[in-house]
Design a protein around this ligand. Structure first.
Ligand code: GRF
Length: 187
């Protein structure tokens, strides 16, 4: 693809999903290109990835959400961004921000939504004795982890499963699910 969709990825942590998005965006047929990374965590490991791949990145404090959104918007406009991926981003956007980017913000969550929205997902999944868990890529709306589902992938929970092992397996699944979902959106 010649004119790829200029994308910003928001991260707060390790950025392994960011890594998978960057890797895929180098493929000719993948429709997006990661042009900007915004983080609210100065020490986010994902920043290293942006540097390594020569992608513009910006740390913006989210202590004041209004200010965070305002500054993010400035960067987004500067870079002519038209699509946003949240990847382990720990801030909830305001309704206004979400409406401004209606159907243009996607997120990945480590459960089979609508089950287990929010934090401490794997612990709650294990406590529930559910047979399956997985991940969900969805559009972002103003309610937490509640927007339209684009794609889900699931795995069987083993008898001896721990929070750590589940997290590891699902993260691996996320790295496949996220690019696949984006491909579906723009197909
Ligand atoms: C992933 O499990 C994602 O589903 C959740 O936060 C985690 C982020 O991992 N929202 P990483 O920063 O992409 O490695």
């Amino acid at each position: 693809m010649v004119n790829k969709i200029r994308t910003c990825v928001f991260i707060s942590g390790n950025g392994t999903n960011l890594k998978s998005l960057i890797k895929n965006s180098k493929k000719r047929k993948f429709q997006i290109s990661v042009e900007l990374v915004i983080t609210n965590n100065k020490n986010a490991k994902g920043i290293t990835l942006a540097k390594k791949n020569k992608i513009s990145y910006k740390f913006i404090s989210s202590k004041n959400r209004m200010r965070f959104e305002k500054k993010s918007l400035i960067e987004i406009k500067k870079k002519k961004i038209t699509f946003i991926c949240l990847a382990g981003f720990m801030v909830i956007f305001s309704k206004k921000f979400i409406l401004d980017f209606d159907n243009k913000i996607v997120n990945i969550h480590p459960s089979l939504l609508p089950k287990f929205k929010g934090l401490n997902t794997h612990r709650r999944v294990l406590d529930s004795k559910d047979k399956y868990s997985g991940c969900t890529v969805h559009f972002v709306n103003s309610l937490l982890d509640s927007g339209k589902i684009i794609l889900q992938k699931k795995i069987l929970i083993k008898k001896n499963e721990t929070e750590e092992s589940l997290k590891r397996k699902i993260l691996r699944l996320e790295h496949i699910a996220y690019p696949e979902a984006i491909f579906l959106i723009f197909e």
